[in-house]
Every structure is written in C-alpha cells, then in structure tokens.
Design a protein around this ligand. Structure first.
Ligand code: GDP
Length: 455
C-alpha cells in the first residue's frame, strides 16, 4: 500500500508548558524530521531504533539551534496512524514549536488538517469510526466517567458490541444471496424463519444500546438543572453559590437572553448545566409574560427543576405559578431559601420531595443539596464503552433497530424473503455507517469465504 504524504502538526496546547510535541506521520517522515532534528549520536533519525527515545538538537528553518529535544520514531504499522510517525518532544515554548513546525514544512512536510492523524488511523484500519469519534470525546471529557467510557470506545468496545450483530446480518444476507445466485452449488436451504430468534436478539441488543443515549447525554453535556422561582426568591444567589461550590472547574456560558443565564458546575463526578430562568411573575406585561413561558420551557427540558422560594415572606400566587412550572420537569425539588431570616414558609406547605432549607448567601444547607444532586444523577457506569454519547451513532443504531423491526413484522405477515432482505440490508447499511464498514463488499466477501462459492 502506498503511504500518504508527510503531515506535521503541533500536538500540544498553545500555552507555554513543560513539554510540547511536534508530530509527523507518513512515509519518509523520519527523513523529513531528520532534516531539522539531529541525533546526538550523529546517526540519522531514520536509523533510530523503533519506538525508542533518542536525544538530539532541533534547528529552525535558518539552521539555528533552537532546542534540545527527544525524538521517537515509530515504524508502520506500529503507530497511532498505522503509518511511519515521528514525535519530537521539545520544551513547550510556543515560539520554539512554531519555528520547529515551520522548519518541518520547509523540509517537505505539509500542515496536518484537523483530525487528520486520527482520520489516517481510521483509514489504515487502526480503529473503527466509533473509536475515532471517541478520541474527541476523550480529549474533551469533563468528568472521569466520560473519559472512561470514551477510552473504552477508542479501544473498540462499542464496535465489539456491534460486530456480532453486523456479522449475523451479513451471514443471513449472504446466505440468501448465495442460494439465489449460485443455484448449482451445494448450499443449505434458506429459510427466513431460522433467523427469527437471532433477529429478535439483535433488536433487543440495539434497543438496550439506545436506552443508554439518555445517560450518554447526561454524561457528556451534564444534567440540565433549571432554577425556577419568582423574582427575588434567590435564584441568582443560589446559582452563584452552587457554581462557587467547586469554582476551580467551572466555566461560564454566556446567557442567551437578558434573563437567562447558564453556568456549568460539577458536583463530585456529576457535571451540571444550571439555568437561572427569568423570574415568574403574574403580569400583563408582554416581556414578563415571556419570562414565565421561558421558565416553563426551561423546566420542561430540564432533568431537574429546583423551585426556589423566599422563605422569609409568605407564599403567594407567583410562588404557585413557579411551582406549577417546576413540576413540568422530569424531576422537581424545592429549595426553601433565606433560612437565616425569620421563617414565613414551612416545609409542609411545599408539595415537593425532597425540600432543602438553605441560605444561599450564607451557604447553609448547600452541602446537602449538592450531595443529593450527586447521588441522584451520579450513575454507576459500566466501564465498557457501552454508553452512546454521540448523536450520529444513536441515529444509526435507531435506524438499524427500526429496519430489523420492519423485517420482523414483514416476516410475520408472510412477505417474500426478498422484501425482508431489503429491510435487513438497510439495517446493515446503518450499522456499516456506524463503524465505517462498507456493506456490499462485506456481503460479497462473506459469500466467498463462508460458502466457498465461485472457486
Ligand atoms: P432572584 O431574583 O431570584 O435571582 O434573587 P437574587 O438571587 O437576586 O436575590 C434577591 C435578593 O435576596 C438579594 O438581595 C439577595 O442578596 C437576597 N438573598 C438571596 N438569598 C438570600 C439568603 O439566603 N438570605 C438572605 N438574607 N438574603 C438572600
């Protein structure tokens, strides 16, 4: 196989740090890198031992010595991309790395496109598409649970789950085509009914996988929490207090409207996106009325709505409206705020379970609220990469499951095998898309491999 051209990139961040890596991939990359990195032992880099660090000097495009660095040369196919690769481990000065990259390009390398190393890994069969996609999830993981799921998928865990189904469908389709196309050959009869049980099992497995989507979304994007309550109940104070609970790893997301603010916070291993909705207020005013609507909509989309009430003034009509909005969420709890003031609202008046009495400004009671969120949404994840976190993947699994469903229905109503086969091939196509395999070629290969036809 002809190797691709040499690509190069800075693989580490843009900030100064201890180490920065220049990475190259493609046939001849050791010669390219060797033009700007001279091994201390005087030998050419292309003669360096496979996958062993060698010390040397890095030069810029004008031939000036710019760093003492280490190089590692991995020969195909034992590398990330499956091609010859070189990594130059330099000191992490952005200026040095930029100059090194420029020198590499002068020596014949081309700047790598985004994701090109991983794309090459996929094209060279080092990983399937689900694995390649998980590389991004792993890099972007905001919690260790998400990293564990992604790491398993990079290792091909999802593909291993899907492969038996794909192979089973390939067997079925190839058996059918073999009987049809090679009538003289000694091939066992094809009876669709022999496959009913396997098809049911495939559908169950795909549905099990689809059921993980919701957990996948929570894992990747965080639990959606909406704070709902009338103006001055203390929603912004609560938001700030919750976010401040673990401020070091909190990022701000700019609000999309004048009244809605979204922040990301983490409760132990649970990531959350908290929305402070517009205050609920009974009014004829159009803008304020939209605020009520927005609260309701935010609650509807939330995994958890927190009704916030000012415990220092008696409940009124606005509180009841806010409670009704909060109840639109899948889960709703109440926060009885301002416990540092004289109580005017009591737990028995609030139709929620649980209810947390807190003082958002003093921080009392917040610990219990945070622990509850962590326990309620922190799930024990199977660390086998079986959580679908990607819309493309779940859409393909959904299509495959639906096609198998149609095939099973068609079988029950006694439709001819060729019609059923069309559905099964649609299922295979969806699964082929998922892992990046091609369908036709696989069916053809299997015919020759398994049925020994066309000798
Ligand atoms: P929002 O309109 O619901 O977002 O309410 P804010 O968070 O802006 O709070 C309204 C007012 O109540 C502010 O003056 C806060 O300082 C005050 N407040 C919020 N939480 C507490 C609390 O726990 N105790 C006391 N005493 N005041 C609070």
């Amino acid at each position: 196989m002809r190797m691709a051209d040499v690509i190069a990139a800075i693989s580490t961040g843009k900030q100064p740090c201890a180490i920065g890596i220049l990475r190259l991939s493609g046939e001849g990359c050791a010669e390219t890198a060797g033009a700007v990195f001279h091994c201390k032992n005087g030998k050419p880099l292309s003669d360096a031992p496979d996958r062993k660090l060698v010390l040397g000097t890095l030069y810029d495009a004008r031939g000036r010595e710019i760093d003492q660095a280490l190089a590692v040369y991995s020969r195909a196919p034992h590398s990330y991309t499956g091609e010859d690769t070189v990594e130059l481990q330099c000191h992490g000065s952005p200026a040095v790395l930029a100059a090194g990259l420029e020198a590499l390009c002068r020596a014949g390398a081309r700047l790598a496109l985004p994701g090109e190393f991983t794309k090459r890994a996929f094209l060279n069969g080092q990983m399937d598409l689900t694995g390649a996609e998980a590389v991004i999830d792993l890099i972007e993981a905001q919690t260790v649970d998400m990293a564990a799921n992604a790491a398993a998928q990079v290792g091909g865990a999802l593909d291993r789950k899907l492969l038996p189904i794909y192979e089973g469908l390939t067997d079925l389709c190839s058996h059918y085509h073999a009987v049809l196309d090679y009538t003289d050959e000694d091939i066992p009869d094809f009876r669709l009914s022999d496959y009913t049980d396997s098809l049911r099992a495939y559908r169950t497995e795909l549905e099990r996988l689809l059921a993980t989507c919701e957990r996948g979304r929570v894992l990747k994007q965080g639990v959606r929490i909406a704070l709902v309550g009338k103006p001055n109940a203390g929603k912004s104070s609560l938001l700030n207090a919750l976010v401040g609970f673990d401020r070091a790893i909190v990022t701000d997301v700019p609000g999309t409207t004048r009244d809605t603010v979204e922040e990301t916070a983490r409760f132990g291993r649970v990531l959350a996106r908290i929305t402070d909705t517009a205050g609920i207020r009974k009014t004829e005013d159009r803008i304020e009325a939209m605020g009520v609507e927005r609260s309701r909509a935010a609650a509807e989309q939330a995994d958890l709505a927190i009704f916030v009430c000012d415990g220092a003034i008696p409940l009124d009509e606005e509180d009841w409206q806010a409670m009704a909005a909060a109840k639109e969420a899948k889960n709703a709890i109440a926060v009885l705020n301002k416990t540092d003031l004289e109580p005017r609202v009591f737990r028995v008046q609030l139709p929620f379970d649980p209810i947390f009495a807190v003082s958002a400004t003093r921080g009392d009671g917040l610990e219990q609220l945070c622990r509850w969120i962590e326990q309620r949404f922190g799930m024990e994840l199977p660390c086998d990469g079986s959580i679908l976190t990607n819309a493309r993947q779940s859409e393909a699994v959904r299509r495959a499951a639906a096609a198998i469903d149609r095939a099973l229905d068609a079988m029950q109503s006694g439709i001819t095998p060729d019609a059923v086969l069309t559905d099964l091939e649609a299922a295979m196509e969806a699964m082929g898309e998922l892992s990046g395999r091609t369908v036709r070629e696989d069916i053809t290969n299997r015919i020759f491999e398994r049925f020994c036809v066309g000798k």
